[in-house]
Design a protein around this ligand. Structure first.
Ligand SMILES: [Zn+2]
Ligand SMILES: [Zn+2]
Length: 110
């Protein structure tokens, strides 16, 4: 007889199908699993969708404001790259002399 998948549980397991994640639990742990899964799905439904909706269908996890974890990473990388670019252009605009321009080339080009 198969026993329940839950650690330490010695109850006889039954097959609960997809509601139980296709795992074998005893009746008690199986319904616990199904309840938690239902609650998780309800919570997911309430979460806002990622602002990058043209390419992304993920939900925004709690603690984030606009993007899902993946898009947030890409967004941060773009912001960081943009900051470096702004600094490069800003430095160039502040160049007043040839020496200053040489410094800029050494810093940004070489
Ligand atoms: Zn059990
Ligand atoms: Zn996203």
């Amino acid at each position: 007889m198969p026993v329940c998948k839950m650690n330490g549980c010695r109850e006889q397991a039954v097959y609960g199908g997809s509601d139980w994640g296709h795992k074998r639990y005893c009746q008690f742990h199986g319904s616990e699993y199904a309840r938690k899964k239902r609650e998780f799905n309800e919570r997911q439904k309430l979460l806002p969708e990622c602002e990058n909706f043209s390419t992304c269908r993920n939900k925004v996890p709690p603690g984030r404001e606009r993007f899902c974890t993946e898009c947030q990473k890409q967004y941060d990388a773009r912001v960081a790259a943009q900051q470096i670019e702004d600094e490069r252009i800003g430095d160039l605009h502040r160049c007043q002399t040839v020496d200053h321009l040489k410094w800029w080339i050494e810093k940004w080009v070489l």
